[in-house]
Design a protein around this ligand. Structure first.
Ligand code: ATP
Ligand code: MG
Ligand code: MG
Ligand code: MG
Length: 438
């Protein structure tokens, strides 16, 4: 991709409205643009990161056996009256009327709709377990949209819903999602810690929020330091096997969000030197809700004995767009963003220091070609700006590698390769640079 024909509106100054680093950097690096309070346009570079995060989320869901579908953003109020939630949901729900005076809403979540689909299509225990998921925009009319995409009003969520014959099976579905979440966040370069969370009116112990520790996080959290070092399950984890030991390992040490924190237990269970009192960002939440929706909405399946019973459900959310903020909070320095390779919008930024110089242009064209052949995604800065401005912009947008090509280096037979995260720079031949990037 050539920067001269791209849309990358970077800003030199810090926008006054942005209070935290990730929001500032997302605006400054030209990833997003606010169109209304809490409503953002995703500019080309930001969209690429969003797509990369979505891909990791989808791979994790698919690996754990979940099946993707896509539900509409608009839903009928009637459906929400069936579950009893239409009147209790409150002002976060955006309610709309169509030309026929039919009441609609922009979905803040999808338990009702997915239960409606399930009840229409699935009738037998033979189809279970079944976990359905989607990646879809949600709308919540947040009282205080802030921190950019961290608390938007329109935001992208991955929401999954499990269906099982009984509570024991539902717990196994919950465990699969729990493990998939550990893997998914780790692949994005994040350490997200599962913490006991409010289960609401259902009770029980089956809800966890996945929290990325960050000073700018909105929730106060408490946990055992041991959780910061636990190894994340590998790619080869067997979702068909018994995940209980793994879950026990991750849920044994104390970890709780503010809402369910028990100070006496914390102090009793965790030695003082291992107590972590911190702030965190909720990047996901998983929840077992039993027959809460199946009962009022009559989502029944027949069991092996031929008797009908309400299906047991769970829901599993991930804040896909919020994750950009969380990843940047965890990865930035004074110069700008430092993307983990797995989500970076491009892997390499190719900088031409003297556009119009035949030799430099040819070297850049060759490098671009070779990198493309190797399947490496390249953003080519072919603008005629000053080198200083180009370096600053590359640092700001945080691509993992910078490949800098100028006439003086070429004279000596070298290009420069800079690793954004470590700041390490090396002068080497073009061939050696290509090999390093291979
Ligand atoms: P919060 O406590 O931050 O308001 P929530 O508990 O209301 O979030 P859930 O209903 O659990 O959110 O939704 C699943 C996930 O969607 C959350 O874990 C979070 O990552 C993301 N999310 C929720 N609200 C927003 C928002 N306004 N903007 C961006 N992401 C959000
Ligand atoms: Mg909320
Ligand atoms: Mg919450
Ligand atoms: Mg939540």
């Amino acid at each position: 991709m050539r920067l001269s024909h791209y849309l990358l509106p970077t800003l030199k100054e810090n926008p006054a409205e942005a209070q935290i680093a990730s929001h500032r950097l997302m605006l400054r690096a030209g990833l997003i643009r606010q169109e209304a309070a809490g409503i953002y346009a995703w500019l080309p570079l930001g969209l690429r990161v969003l797509r990369n995060i979505e891909r990791i989320v989808r791979e994790a869901m698919d690996r754990a056996g979940a099946v993707e579908l896509l539900m509409p953003t608009l839903q009928l109020a009637e459906l929400w009256r069936e579950s009893g939630r239409y009147d209790v949901y409150g002002p976060e729900m955006l309610r709309i009327r169509d030309r026929h005076e039919r009441e609609l809403l922009y979905g803040p979540t999808n338990e009702e709709m997915v239960t409606e689909i399930f009840r229409a299509c699935v009738h037998s225990w033979r189809n279970l377990p079944l976990t359905l998921y989607q990646v879809q925009w949600k709308f919540r009319d947040e009282q205080r949209p802030r921190f950019g995409v961290m608390r938007g009003r329109e935001f992208l969520m991955k929401d999954a819903y499990s269906f099982d014959l009984d509570e024991a099976a539902a717990r196994r579905s919950y465990q699969r999602m729990f493990v998939a979440y550990l893997r998914m966040f780790a692949r994005m370069g994040l350490r997200a810690i599962p913490m006991r969370a409010e289960t609401g009116p259902i009770g029980g112990d089956l809800s966890h929020e996945f929290i990325v520790l960050a000073q700018t996080g909105e929730s106060a959290v408490y946990c055992d330091q041991a959780l910061l070092q636990l190894p994340v399950p590998g790619e080869d984890v067997d979702y068909a096997g018994d995940l209980s030991p793994l879950i026990a390992q991750w849920t044994g040490p104390y970890a709780a969000t503010e809402d369910v924190h028990d100070a006496a237990r914390f102090e009793h269970e965790v030695p003082e030197t291992r107590r972590v009192l911190a702030r965190g960002i909720e990047v996901g939440q998983i929840f077992y809700y039993g027959t809460k929706y199946a009962l009022p909405m009559k989502a029944h399946v027949t069991g092996p004995d031929g008797a009908e019973r309400p299906v047991h459900g769970g829901c599993y959310g991930v804040g896909v767009s919020r994750l950009l903020g969380a990843i940047i909070e965890a990865g930035h320095d004074g110069q700008g963003i430092v993307w983990p390779e797995a989500v970076a919008p491009y892997r390499v930024g190719l900088v031409n220091l003297k556009i119009g110089d035949a030799r430099t242009d040819a070297a850049c064209a060759m490098l671009q070609e070779r990198l493309a052949q190797a399947g490496t995604e390249v953003l080519y800065d072919d603008t005629d700006e000053r080198p200083g401005a180009k370096f600053a912009r590359m640092d700001l947008i945080g691509l993992p590698w910078q490949l800098i090509v100028g006439p003086r280096g070429l004279e000596a037979g070298t290009v420069e390769l800079k690793h954004r995260a470590s700041g390490e720079r090396r002068e080497l031949t073009a061939e050696a640079a290509l090999q390093t990037l291979a």
